[in-house]
Design a binder for this molecule. Sequence first.
Ligand code: NAX
Length: 328
Amino acid sequence: ARTPVSVTVTGAAGQIGYALLFRIASGQLLGADTPVRLRLLEIPQAVKAAEGTAMELDDCAFPLLDGVDIFDDPTQAFAGANVALLVGARPRTKGMERGDLLEANGGIFKPQGEAINAGAADDIKVLVVGNPANTNALIAQQHAPDVPAERFTAMTRLDHNRALAQLAKKAGVSVSDIKKMTIWGNHSATQYPDLFHAEIAGKNAAETVNDQDWLENTFIPTVAKRGAAIIEARGASSAASAASAAVDHVHTWVNGTAEGDWTSMAVVSDGSYGVPEGLISSFPVTTKDGKWEIVQGLDIDGFSRGRIDASVNELAEERDAVRKLGLI
Ligand code: NAX
């Protein structure tokens, strides 16, 4: 049998954690031939709830689940981790300014970056889900100088999947007919879901839909504000869909994108498409052998340029704000 892969999940007792852990333990993250050891990180007050989830994981008798350990200390939780899913974060509460939010999250993602640097496995892959995801990933990455920067990513796969679903509905096709969807920029309301490079059954998606008004005034805002619409309808934020996207993100990173397709991941910019080097911004990426590459050579028209720049400017502002706070 293969040696188990250690997967650390933070915020394990939260609602995304509850949807995510069972999918990891059943083999959907890494594949049906890879045993997993779960290492759960929670704050002390939530350790008991995490223990309850671990009892349920036991009760599923998953053949691939090699064990579950629970920690309230990041250094222990990330020791030997091959994959880290950073889900736990400080949500924005009433009256909280952006600076307060960034500072509170800096207090979480700085020590977690340090713990990853200190003790994670050499092949560690990090996905940050907790918001503000891109900037939290940047903070963690900056505090892990010995880990290659490309191992730190943030999640825009939920936005990507939402864009696939909305386009499939509009075009009356199956999501599997759509390829080359891209989310650019920040996982926030400024994100840019791009249909000018997407394809439906091999033909350009924007041309096939041929409805600029829908694209600008329905598609983009529906994808960008879907999180708020889910809260409005469910009375709680996206959880199962977020967990599903996290599983997709890591699965694609490890197993590769299909020939003739790509995915969206927020990754450290190398300056591609005018995105300042070092920002963790969403790009079209292909993956192979556990490594990602930004898709090169796409033509960006004026409309797309404006949208990408707006979202990337927001990321640069967030980076400047955390710099000013001394968090990076
Ligand atoms: P919950 O509030 O249900 O759970 C968060 C959990 O994190 C709690 O159990 C809390 O105790 C724990 N936690 C807090 N600080 C911690 C720390 N320092 N170490 C370990 N655990 C800690 O939130 P949930 O709905 O699960 O969402 C988690 C995060 O995902 C939020 O930041 C949310 O905004 C973000 N999301 C990101 C998405 C994305 O696409 N990138 C989409 C879904 C979601 O909104």
